[in-house]
Design a protein around this ligand. Structure first.
Ligand code: ZN
Length: 664
């Protein structure tokens, strides 16, 4: 397992292609005040992990170099140590070296993983989650007592080497894989971890970058700036992103990770969310206590992490330097997954003879961090009648960050620091359940929830379009094209309704007028796939809007998957309208909106029975008596109105009652 360039002749060929993309060069930038770093962030400069109180390393193009110089920063090119060592390894293939002392190139890494999968088939599952720009497999090793099965166990992931020239984590993750599988059945700790956790390890997210000695992927993109970002790019979509980023996003959507970390080098620190928006300013997430706790768990287990220049070996991301499009914030904000960024060594691409020492230092921290996935509160959420798993919102009083269970089994894992909490499980249409739980110092407390249907929903009128047509409630349409039922994209059942196929500067609306008989609410599920709002202005261009009585209540744009909306409605006659509208210019996504499962407010569906107004003219008179008599004699009649005493039979007694009611 040595760095054999000869085996990589075809990769060298690819490398020749990739250098066509002008490589940014490493610089040191000096500044007087920490807040000056924000100026560099605003310029979208690729800051590297190394930073002191008056300098930072960055990768810049020639143009950026000039701009930064003109802003009165002191800037100079510095040797790129990782690049130099990479070139040296390329020059000197050292076939005789001990494998533990060497880096695994792509071919060797693939061989290593395939060997593990072959030798430990019962506890491993190797799969590729996609290909890099240059066609290398993006390997993920799953380690579990039932690999490939979604068990009621927390899912954990380590991702390494997303910056191709940050190589330590790539090797450490291979050693960790080996340590875990070889300890199964003979080392209690490894056995417990594998029996109780679904562990996923991705040794390299950027195999092209490693092979090319570059931070970037083969398209010259920094993958840790390529994810959706809550501040600058709040669209949780893979559109426009790199193949490596897309693969990790889609993989994360398939899994249900609870805890994870991504491994870097260039500093020695555990870095936690949020990564933005402003450099030098602490940006706490709602789970700040938890992030400090799990970051310290890693740092405290390392013999020397506090020597990296950060207090206790940890830092808030933005306080260090702001990153937009980073992976850790994406995992937390969108995926219910607590992710931190581990900087494992100040030298990015250290001499391979340091790898055994680095493994000694980081083995315990990596294991301790992995074990953190078993702290907090966990349980299963099911329907009380059917026992089916429910996709509930799990919320903790006082922490503004809900998480979701694994939809397949209904199992949830809410990581929390030790203490007492009020936890609630809520699902649309069910009565919310809450409980008080005490999270122990180590380990977890179990809290299952069995939810029952809300009686309100059980009695409500629901328009779910399951007949494949609009119901006879009196739907109306307007605009350039009508909404229509759709059986390809649905929230539930077989049908939803989709906005009409419209062009630029057109609109498509559907509406319904209802006589609401008591105060209540209207709820529906919507899905949108169209141009996003302006990333800076927040302006809406193409969007779905919902109106009550001609007043716009809310609107949505971009890529939004099925999600619930609920709005209060007072008794009275109201018009509800759903409008999809496009301006000129950009077309994006499916360019449409969908609505499904509308739960209507209480409405008068049937007229009251037994009124005696047989002909429906709103007056009870002798004509109704005649009709009622004929009804008894055998003519067709409206039984509902004719059955005055509601005994389910229309007979002479009803005639007597009707006559008396008219005479009175
Ligand atoms: Zn990095």
């Amino acid at each position: 397992m040595v760095y054999k360039i000869k085996r990589l002749f075809f990769i060298s060929l690819l490398f020749a292609v990739s250098v066509a993309i002008s490589e940014k060069k490493l610089v040191e930038i000096k500044f007087n005040d920490i807040t000056d770093v924000q100026k560099l962030v605003d310029l979208n400069i690729d800051l590297d992990h190394h930073r002191t109180f008056n300098s930072v390393h960055a990768f810049v193009s020639n143009g950026e170099f000039d701009i930064i110089s003109k802003l009165n920063f002191e800037i100079e090119y510095i040797p790129n140590q990782a690049r130099i060592y990479y070139e040296e390894l390329k020059e000197n293939t050292q076939n005789s070296r001990n494998p533990m002392e060497d880096y695994h190139n792509y071919v060797e890494l693939t061989d290593f993983l395939e060997d593990i999968a072959t030798n430990y088939p019962d506890i491993t599952h190797l799969k590729s989650i996609g290909q890099s720009v240059q066609g290398r497999e993006l390997w993920v090793m799953e380690i579990s007592d039932n690999p490939g099965t979604n068990e009621i166990e927390p899912e954990f992931k380590y991702v390494a080497n997303m910056h191709g020239d940050e190589t330590v984590g790539r090797e450490l993750s291979l050693y960790l894989i080996e340590w875990l599988v070889s300890g199964y059945g003979n080392n209690q700790r490894a056995t417990d971890l594998i029996n109780n956790t679904d562990i996923f390890i991705m040794p390299t997210m950027n195999p092209d970058g490693f092979e090319n000695g570059s931070r970037y992927n083969a398209n010259g993109v920094d993958l840790n700036r390529d994810f959706p970002d809550q501040f600058s790019d709040p669209n949780n979509t893979t559109m426009g992103r790199q193949p490596e980023t897309r693969a990790v996003m889609e993989w994360s959507w398939d899994q249900h990770f609870v805890l994870s970390a991504n491994m870097h080098t260039g500093a020695l620190v555990a870095n936690y969310p949020f990564d933005g928006p402003n450099s030098g300013v602490y940006s706490a997430s709602p789970d700040d206590d938890l992030f400090v706790h799990i970051s310290l768990a890693y740092a405290d287990a390392h013999p020397d992490m506090a020597s990296g220049g950060f207090s206790n070996g940890i830092t808030n991301g933005a306080q260090w330097y702001a990153v937009s499009g980073g992976m850790q914030d994406w995992n937390y904000v969108w995926e219910s997954d607590c992710d931190i960024t581990l900087e494992q060594n100040e030298v990015k691409f250290p001499n391979s003879n340091q790898l055994p020492g680095l493994w000694e230092d980081h083995r315990e921290p990596m294991l301790v961090y992995l074990e953190e996935v078993h702290d907090g509160v966990r349980g299963v959420i099911t329907d009380i009648d059917s026992g089916e798993p429910l996709n509930a919102n799990i919320s903790i009083q006082g922490i503004d960050h809900d998480i979701f269970p694994d939809p397949e089994n209904g199992d949830y894992y809410r990581l929390l620091t030790p203490g007492t909490y009020t936890i609630s499980a809520s699902v649309f249409g069910y009565l919310t359940e809450s409980a008080t739980v005490t999270v122990p110092i180590t380990g977890y407390v179990e809290q299952n929830f069995t939810l029952s249907l809300d009686p309100w929903l059980a009695e409500a009128e629901i328009e779910d379009f399951e007949e494949g047509i609009f119901s006879d409630l009196g739907w109306g349409f307007d605009g350039s094209a009508n909404w229509a039922t759709d059986n390809t994209v649905v929230f539930e059942g077989n049908y939803s309704v989709k906005s009409g196929n419209i062009n630029e500067n057109e609109e498509s609306s559907m509406s319904i007028e209802l006589d609401v008989i008591e105060d209540g609410q209207i709820s529906f599920y919507k899905k949108v796939s169209c141009e996003s709002t302006g990333s800076v202005t927040g302006n809406y261009y193409d969007y779905l809007a919902f109106f009550i009585d001609g007043v716009e209540i809310d609107k949505w744009a971009g890529e939004i998957d099925w999600s619930l909306e609920s709005f209060p409605v007072n008794a009275g006659i109201h018009t509800f309208k759903w409008l999809f509208i496009k301006d000129g210019g950009v077309t994006s996504g499916s360019d449409a909106a969908w609505v499904d499962y509308i739960v209507l407010p209480p409405i008068s569906t049937n007229e009251e029975c037994g009124s005696g107004d047989i002909n429906g003219d709103e007056i009870n008179n002798v004509l109704d008596v005649v009709l009622l008599v004929n009804c008894i004699l055998g003519s067709e009649c409206e039984t509902c109105q004719a059955d005055i005493n509601q005994d389910e039979t229309v007979n002479v007694l009803d005639v007597v009652l009707l006559v008396n009611s008219i005479l009175n």
